[in-house]
Design a protein around this ligand. Structure first.
Ligand code: MLT
Length: 262
């Protein structure tokens, strides 16, 4: 991995291949390795980010999703990249929206891969606060052990035990304060529906119709907001389409990129 210094800390990324740059942003309690079998067939330049506190990026103080978006912009500036397409998984989608809000001129398009633009409900905020207390008291391992299996649908979970174990094994090593800080940043994020309503560039939606992490009504409601959208609903898939339905998701991402670059 390469890195830049951002807020006096290491912000890690990888630059792979050539062509128009596609930036991949992983979700909560993950790191850039979730994309390693996904991006290979895509014949573009890939910039794969580790968000602060996960993978090889160090934790930063005053962590907000907007700050992470600033870090991604700093990576793009370092690489002399004026325009890209962002693909964000879940929390990575929240970060993509923060980026689209602040740097719309840098985007040819962006994708919400099992994500949405709405703020947390009061109930969800309370659950985040309880999770922050839990992870701070008991550590990362018991938290991620109950989190990760639920990200897969009932139909795909049994066939993905090895991936689930790998994801848990990585996630249990993240510092509890990084997990707690990411939970807090998600809890406190603003509603970004307007970013979708005002989006000048096309938006990709990949929705798993058995995704327990994204409230069902949100998944479809959001798809009506942008002027130009590619809407993809995956039957029997949960929150991890890059593993649960890899080839289909690769095709959706590739078609979207080609559409944006037309
Ligand atoms: C994620 O996968 O990034 C999270 O499930 C998003 C969330 O908790 O809202």
């Amino acid at each position: 991995m390469n890195s830049i210094t951002f807020h006096q800390k290491q912000f890690a990324y990888q630059q792979i291949g050539e062509g128009f740059p596609i930036v991949f942003i992983h979700g909560f309690c993950e790191d850039s390795r979730i994309w390693e079998d996904f991006y290979a067939p895509l014949a573009f330049q890939k910039i794969i980010i580790d968000i602060p506190g996960f993978g090889q990026s160090q934790w930063i103080e005053n962590y907000t999703l907007e700050t992470v978006a600033d870090g991604i912009k700093a990576v793009l500036d370092q690489l002399d990249i004026p325009e890209c397409i962002l693909i964000g998984h879940s929390m990575g989608g929240y970060i993509s929206l923060a980026f689209a809000n602040k740097y719309p001129e840098c985007l040819k398009g962006f994708g919400l891969f099992h994500s949405h633009p709405y703020a947390d409900t009061e109930e969800k905020k309370n659950n985040r606060t309880k999770s922050i207390e839990f992870v701070s008291q008991y550590g990362s391992e018991p938290f991620v052990k109950q989190l990760v299996p639920k990200l897969f649908s009932d139909k795909t979970r049994d066939n993905h035990q090895r991936v689930i174990n790998t994801l848990i094994d990585r996630a249990k090593r993240y510092e509890p304060h990084a997990i707690a800080g990411a939970l807090q940043a998600m809890r406190d994020r603003p509603d970004q529906s307007d970013v979708l309503k005002k989006a000048q560039s096309p938006v990709l939606f990949i929705v798993g119709n058995e995704d327990q992490a994204i409230p069902k009504p949100y998944s479809l409601e959001q798809t009506h907001l942008p002027e130009r959208a590619s809407i993809n609903i995956l039957e029997g898939i949960g929150h991890m389409g890059m593993f649960e339905d890899t080839a289909n998701c690769q095709r959706m991402v590739e078609e979207f990129i080609l559409f944006c670059l037309k």
